[in-house]
Structures are given as C-alpha cells and as structure tokens.
Design a protein around this ligand. Structure first.
Ligand code: 2HA
Ligand code: ZN
Length: 285
C-alpha cells in the first residue's frame, strides 16, 4: 500500500494521462491541482514524509484554504511523465494556518516545487471554494490549441468568447452557463496574473489566458476535464467554421432565442450579460 494506491491519487494520475492524450500538454505545459477532502488526507497521511519540506511563502494569501492539502503537478515537470513516475512529478502540499505559505508533505522525491502557477491555482481555489460553497475541488490549466488560436482573431472580451463558444455547439451553454472569462496577455507564473485570473473566476467557471491557454475549475476530475474538453471542442468548431467559410463570414448560428430556449428546457440560468451583449465587430455575432 502507498499513496499511489489511493483512489483520488489514481484519478488524478488518470486525468494527467487523458489530457496529455488530447494534445494539450506539450513539454512541461499545463498544471493541475486538487483540493483534498479531509478523509483523503487521512488515508494518505501514513505515507507522508517523516520531515515535511520547509514552509514557502506564495506571494498571495488564501485565508479560506488555511490548513488544506492539495495534490499538485511539479514545476517544470512534464505531465506525460506523471503516470510513469508519479512520486517524482507530483506532490501533496499543505497550506499553513494563514493560507499564505505551503510545504511539501509527499512526492517530488527527486526534488522540485509545486507548479509555477501555484499562486494562480491557490487564488482560484480560494475564489471557487467560496462561490461554490465548498463544492469546487479542481483548478486545471492547459494549452489547448484552438482556444489559443481564437485569442488571435476575436476581441479579448468574456462576452465575445462566451457567445462565440455557446453558439458553436448546442450543449455549451448548459455545460458553462456562467461563461468564460478572458485575461489579456500577461507574464505567467506570478502574482499579478493570479489576481487577474481570480477576478474572472468570481464570475466565470473558466478563464482564457490570451496567447497562452485556459484555466478551468470543477467539482470533480470528470467535470474539470469535461469543461476543458467542451470549451476546446467548441473553439475547434468555431475555428474550422471561420476558416472554411470562403469569405470568412459565418452564415448562421444558434440564435439568442435558441440559447434562451435551451436554458429553459435544461433548467439552467444563462449569464444575462452575455446574452444581452452586442458588438459592432463584423466578425462577431
Ligand atoms: O506549467 O503552463 O503556464 C507550465 C505552464 C505555465
Ligand atoms: Zn501555461
């Protein structure tokens, strides 16, 4: 028996492999954190390091995460290697009593630190834990190519991206009824981009990083994987439609009335600001 036999750790590893298979994790791109349930921590605790790592200040503070434990990918580690050597590519990190520092209690046995985006992950966990009344467990970042491609051709606005995605595949508005936020290009890995991203996460369940990738949140691995997958697939359809059109124009789309009908039939409340948004941009509807 080891940490690697615990179900949540197995599920975490499976998510790393599945998402690599989707082509979203070139090299060391992307990262995944999971906020553990207390009972999961207790099952893993017997295998924790005898001497935990040093406390490391994160540069951000997440008071509502004080004392929580996270499974995290390692900084500079390749997600494709997680399945082969989990103990050297992921870790379990504990947050201190004020929620501003972490220490490693398991994993990264050959050395290393949690993902370079740990400040963004912790800020996002803090926001999503609060707005979902503790339901949210996962923050996941990837480099899916079609959503990145769209950041070169669409105005960098949450309403524009959400409308484009909702109108590119019928189930999108049911899967992410709050919509998708957009963060302009910023230097990754720091506290500024962490704050900008968590402003978006107050309102939306996912946030696009222009010319870089996508952050999603979720209550389970299935939900977080499914959200990344659904957004990226809609972006793929939009990209193909835009490039297949002989004049670069879209002929017809799912209308706002159609969206309202789907919302009503499926019992989801769609973000009204997105539904009511209008743009003069000819590329956009
Ligand atoms: O982990 O994706 O944004 C590498 C990255 C940084
Ligand atoms: Zn990235």
């Amino acid at each position: 028996m080891s940490v690697l036999d615990v179900k949540v750790v197995k599920d975490y590893i499976r998510m790393c492999s599945d998402t690599v298979g989707q082509g979203w994790h070139e090299r060391n791109g992307g990262n995944l954190t999971y906020r553990m349930r207390p009972e999961e921590v207790e099952v893993c605790r017997p295998y924790f390091r005898a001497v935990p790592g040093e406390w490391v200040n994160m540069g951000v503070q997440a008071e509502n995460l004080a004392g929580e434990y996270f499974i995290s990918t390692g900084s500079g580690k390749f997600l494709r290697n997680v399945e082969l050597e989990p103990q050297n590519n992921i870790c379990i990190a504990e947050l201190n009593g004020t929620g501003d520092s972490y220490r490693i209690v398991w994993g990264l046995e050959a050395g290393g630190v949690p993902t370079s985006e740990f400040p963004t992950h912790m800020m996002n966990h803090s926001v999503r834990k609060r707005v979902t009344n503790g339901e949210n467990r996962i923050i996941y970042h990837a480099h899916p190519p079609y959503i990145i491609a769209l950041t070169y051709v669409l105005p960098l606005k949450a309403e524009v991206f959400t409308r484009m995605l909702w109108k590119s595949a019928t189930e999108c508005c049911v899967v992410f009824p709050d919509g998708v936020g957009v963060v302009p290009w910023m230097v990754p890995g720091g506290t500024d981009i962490a704050r900008a991203t968590c402003e978006q996460m107050e309102r939306y369940e996912a946030a696009i990083w222009a010319f870089h990738g996508l952050f999603v949140s979720g209550t389970s691995f299935d939900i977080a994987f499914g959200l990344m997958h659904t957004i990226e697939k809609a972006a793929q359809i939009a990209s193909i439609a835009l490039s297949a059109s002989p004049d670069g124009k879209i002929r017809q789309v799912i209308t706002d009335d159609n969206l309202r009908t789907i919302g009503k039939e499926f019992g989801v409340t769609l973000n009204e600001d997105v539904l009511n948004y209008r743009s003069d941009d000819p590329l956009f509807f």
